[in-house]
Design a protein around this ligand. Structure first.
Ligand SMILES: Cc1cc2nc3c(=O)[nH]c(=O)nc-3n(C[C@H](O)[C@H](O)[C@H](O)COP(=O)(O)OP(=O)(O)OC[C@H]3O[C@@H](n4cnc5c(N)ncnc54)[C@H](O)[C@@H]3O)c2cc1C
Length: 164
C-alpha cells in the first residue's frame, strides 16, 4: 500500500512513507491535521479502520481545543480475507505476569494466542479459516470474566471460550 501524499508534499508538509504527524495528529504545520492510512506516527501501526477512527477522535478533540493524544486502540481488530479470518486485540506481552495460551494447529491452519490477566483477556491473536476466534471475540467484546475456564485452556480446550 502506498500513501497518496502528493497533496501534502505540494503543501510543504513533512512526509516519509506517509504524512508525518505527532500524537496530536498534527503535521509539521500544527494547523494541519492528518489521520488514517495516510498519517505516519512513529511506532504506530496504521492501515486499519480502528486506528483511523481513534486518530480521528483525537483530531476532532484538537480542533475543539482539547488536549487529547493518540493511543493505539485496544479494540478488537478483525480482518476478513478470502478463506481466512484474522483477529487481533490488546497487549500480547506477559511482562506484567499475564498468562499466555498458545496453539498452532498446522494440520488445520489455525494459530491461536490468548493472554489473560486477572481473569480478563488482555490480548489475543487468532488466524485461521472463517469463524476462527469467534468465541474469543465475543468474550472480548463483553469483557467476560474468563477465570473459571483457565484450567480448561491450560488443557488445550479452546472450546471453553464459548462457555463464558
Ligand atoms: C482490500 C482492503 C481490505 C481491508 N480490510 C480491512 C478490514 O477487514 N478491517 C480493517 O480494520 N481495515 C481494513 N482495511 C483498511 C481500511 O479500509 C483502511 O484502514 C481505511 O479505509 C482507511 O481510511 P482512510 O479514510 O484513512 O483512507 P481511505 O479509506 O483510503 O480514504 C481516503 C480517501 O481520500 C481520497 N483521496 C486520496 N487522495 C486525494 C486527493 N488528492 N484529493 C481528494 N481525495 C483524495 C481517496 O480517493 C479516498 O476516498 C482494508 C483495506 C483494503 C484496501
Amino acid at each position: 500500500m502506498r500513501a497518496n501524499k502528493e497533496l501534502a508534499e505540494a503543501a510543504g508538509l513533512e512526509t516519509n512513507r506517509g504524512v508525518i504527524v505527532n500524537d496530536r495528529m498534527q503535521t509539521s504545520d500544527p494547523n494541519i491535521l492528518a489521520v488514517g492510512d495516510v498519517a505516519e506516527l512513529p511506532g504506530a501501526v496504521g492501515g486499519l479502520w480502528a486506528v483511523g477512527t481513534a486518530q480521528a477522535a483525537v483530531a476532532v478533540a484538537a480542533m475543539f481545543g482539547q488536549d487529547a493524544t493518540y493511543e493505539a486502540p485496544s479494540t478488537l481488530v478483525s480482518l476478513k480475507m478470502d478463506g481466512i479470518d484474522v483477529k487481533g486485540f490488546g497487549k500480547l506481552d506477559t511482562d506484567d505476569g499475564a498468562e499466555e495460551f498458545m496453539d498452532a494447529e498446522e494440520s488445520e491452519n489455525i494459530h491461536r494466542r490468548l493472554v489473560i490477566k486477572d481473569g480478563r483477556i488482555q490480548g489475543a491473536v487468532f488466524v485461521g479459516p472463517p469463524g476462527t476466534g469467534k468465541d474469543a471475540a465475543q468474550a472480548i467484546q463483553k469483557r467476560a470474566d474468563v477465570a473459571e475456564i483457565i484450567p480448561r485452556l491450560r488443557d488445550g480446550d479452546w472450546a471453553a471460550l464459548a462457555d463464558v
